[in-house]
Design a protein around this ligand. Structure first.
Ligand code: CDP
Ligand code: MG
Length: 720
């Protein structure tokens, strides 16, 4: 199956020894030119192509512009090229486009590089956490919003950029919201510094004073003072029709609408609520496949695990399809999918196949996949939720909003009439929220606060957020950062810990764990831990092979807990690849790793992702001058370091067998996938809480209760 799946993309990676296969070369060339022509035609037919001139004029006239356009109209791929052609990249300046999602940044950059006929990483590139495909010649740069925030730490005026496009602003991720506030400041600071005409000079005086009043904090502006910058254009792009909130935030900025093309989509609902939406989605997939006319199917699921089990289920039943019927080709798309696999989703299904795209909400508006005629929408999405009183963040599966449901169904009608199957009764639709609550109102803010502090924004409560996060959440996060030693008594970034933590592109808890580990002499182990914890589940348990998977996991499991178990997996994979170093053929190594993973019920994609992350963070800690040493067999030392790092997530066993989380007071249970499930650890630390029928904690390690008062006296002496 994989070889068929990759068929559409293969010419890209394969190379020829020159001259030998001239016939093949000829065909390749013809294919290449045909594809270029097709792309040029596709570009011309996009709704946005007709308004290029007007859009460019609007950008020239307005410092801040809001562009609203239906998904698929060509905003993300075309507008940066329009700006490049209009001269916005003169003098080596860069047009930056931010995306809330890594996958969108990568896939769009690849597409635009191809449209421009350039090699990725040259004129067109992307940069996301742990992966950089840019060079000094990059002029159109796609990146995640989080990454641009990090760049601002090194270059507070974002001086390389002439234009910054905040794409997918309607998603209102926490990074987008913070970025908008930051860009507003940068734009003012750059205007303030320029001598580019009276208009701007005049504006500058008023704006800076008003900003001072609003924020009571001009430290950021001061950072940029005394230097000359060219003005910064800001473009906010959104798929939601309501541009008011952005326009008001940017002092009445102009909004323009780009017409999309939308064909009718028939909506179908179930008669009764579904008890198992994954099951229902799979049944619907096969029903469409057997009864409906050709056209690809897009299924919205909530995460990697669900997508992978759906993929497996469908592939295992392919041979049950009636003889002679069209075949099915499954293609997944989710956030942590390795970049080399992401583009598969855009390749047309080979002849005789119908494509089934298994996607997270990434395919709602971030990436537009051609060829879709049927959408299956179970009506759920995985979202962050935060309880500021308890200081606990968790990922939960919740119903989508009405606007998400409508975006999803819209995907079926881009190229012709389509059908959308909502797997819930019609009256349930009316009960959905109109739109999703901005993430900043429902997440832990420690990370964002740490970054804002590092940018010189000291007054977080006074920061000009587009929508203020709950005061309680800000205070709780400040408190957590203080307990982690990142902030001083007067709430400034501490030296060196706070500054070191802000430099690492990780959750503050993980950053702190790495810094502590260098003192506990177990940084080698902690680097592996953090890398493994930064991916979705390493182990997978097929629905029908629970016992085998459990037995396989036993080979790695440590009686001390999941963290050491993960280290065992990583090190075994290391040994395996080390042994193969001599052969050095990447494809062969990949194959060996894949087989080993399959035999051991380990998720290859997650493990590879973890290995990449590991390489990246090793680079960061080395740059910071931390010593990478191993604690060898002294696992006590490592567990003590875990306790010192994650003390806010400690829990003690209660008489009836459940655990009480010491930080939040919540009653939790150890997740059944943990190696400590049903073991009798008296005191544990954990990394994650998930809420399904119960509150479960995952990634758990046994610790000694007394370590908490010894290693985290700032928290536990007063709590005892
Ligand atoms: O941003 P917006 O939703 O307005 O559209 P876009 O992402 O710029 O997509 C414009 C067109 O490019 C769509 O027809 C996509 O299907 C196509 N596209 C593609 O074929 N491959 C990609 N990697 C990205 C976009
Ligand atoms: Mg877009």
């Amino acid at each position: 199956m994989p070889s068929v799946a990759q068929g559409g993309l293969q010419n890209k990676g394969s190379h020829n020894s020159s001259g030998k296969f001239s016939n093949k070369d000829g065909t390749r060339k013809a294919e290449f030119f045909a594809r270029r022509q097709r792309i040029a035609q596709q570009r011309k037919s996009l709704p946005i192509a007709a308004v290029e001139k007007r859009l460019v004029e609007e950008v020239q006239k307005n410092d801040t512009l809001i562009i609203v356009g239906e998904t698929g109209s060509g905003k993300t791929t075309q507008i940066p090229q329009f700006l490049f052609n209009a001269g916005f990249c003169r003098d080596g300046k860069v047009v930056g486009i931010t995306q809330p999602r890594r996958v969108a940044a990568v896939t769009v950059a690849k597409r635009v590089a191809e449209e421009c006929g350039v090699e990725l990483g040259q004129k067109v590139g992307y940069s996301i956490r742990f992966e950089d495909a840019t060079s000094s010649s990059t002029r159109i740069k796609y990146m995640t919003d989080g990454l641009l925030l990090r760049e601002a730490l090194l270059d507070p005026s974002l001086s390389r950029y002439s234009v910054i496009i905040v794409d997918e602003a309607h998603e209102r991720t926490v990074h987008t919201d913070v970025l908008l506030g930051l860009l507003k400041n940068v734009q003012l600071a750059r205007m303030n510094s320029t001598k580019y005409g009276h208009n701007i000079e005049d504006k500058k005086v008023n704006s800076v004073t008003s900003l001072e009043k609003e924020n009571g904090d001009t430290s950021f502006l001061k950072k940029c003072q005394g230097r000359k910058y060219s003005p910064l254009k800001i473009i906010i792009m959104s798929a939601s029709l309501d541009a008011r909130v952005f326009s008001e935030y940017f002092g009445g900025a102009k909004a323009v609408h780009v017409q999309g093309r939308q064909f009718p989509v028939d909506l179908f609902y179930t008669l009764h609520p579904e008890t198992d939406y994954l099951d229902a989605a799979l049944i619907t997939t096969f029903q469409i496949h057997l009864k409906e006319s050709p056209g690809d199917i897009l299924v919205f699921l909530t995460g990697q695990e669900e997508i992978e089990s759906a993929e497996k289920f469908i592939n295992e039943r392919l041979n049950q399809l009636p003889e002679g019927s069209q075949k099915l080709l499954t293609v997944p798309i989710f956030a942590s999918l390795p970049s080399e696999q992401q583009m598969r989703v855009f390749a047309p299904a080979p002849a005789g196949f119908r494509k089934v795209i298994l996607a997270t909400n990434i395919a709602e508006t971030s990436v537009t996949i051609p060829g879709i005629k049927y959408v299956i929408d179970p009506g759920f999405v995985k979202a962050r939720s935060y309880d500021p009183v308890k200081g606990m963040e968790s990922l939960i599966v919740v119903p989508t909003s009405k606007s998400q449901a409508m975006q999803r169904s819209g995907r079926a009608g881009r190229e012709g009439p389509g059908k959308c199957f909502r797997l819930y009764p019609e009256n349930e639709f009316e009960k959905l929220e109109d739109s999703t609550k901005p993430e900043i109102k429902r997440c832990n803010l420690s990370n964002v606060i740490l970054q804002l502090k590092a940018l010189g924004v000291d007054d977080i409560l006074g920061f000009d957020f587009i929508e203020k996060p709950p005061r309680a959440a800000i205070i709780k996060s400040l408190e957590q950062l203080f307990l982690l030693g990142a902030l001083t008594d007067d709430c400034r970034l501490s030296d060196p810990v706070g500054h070191q933590m802000a430099r690492l592109p990780l959750d503050p808890f993980y950053s702190k764990a790495l810094i502590l580990a260098s003192q506990f002499n177990c940084l080698e182990e902690m680097l592996i831990t953090v890398a493994m914890l930064s991916t979705e589940s390493i182990f997978y348990t097929p629905r029908d092979k629970g016992a085998e998977a459990k037995a396989a996991m036993k080979c790695f499991s440590s009686p001390e807990g999941d963290h050491l178990t993960l280290i065992n997996v990583y090190r075994t994979s290391d040994e395996l690849l080390e042994k193969r170093k001599m052969t050095f053929v990447k494809e062969k190594n990949d194959k060996v790793l894949r087989k080993w993973c399959k035999d051991n019920f380990i998720n290859t994609r997650s493990l590879r992702h973890a290995r990449d992350i590991h390489n990246q963070i090793c680079g960061h800690v080395e740059q910071m001058g931390l010593h990478v040493t191993s604690c060898g067999d002294d696992m006590l030392q490592y567990r003590r370091c875990l306790a010192a790092s994650f003390f806010l997530n400690a829990a003690v066993k209660q008489p009836e067998g459940t655990y009480r989380a010491l930080g939040s007071g919540q009653v939790v249970q150890i997740h059944p996938t943990s190696v400590l499930f049903q073991k009798k650890a008296e005191c544990i630390i954990f990394n994650e809480m998930v809420e399904t029928s119960h509150k479960y904690v995952r990634n758990v390690t046994r610790i000694d209760y007394l370590w908490l008062t010894e290693l985290a006296p700032q928290y536990y002496t007063s709590q005892k």
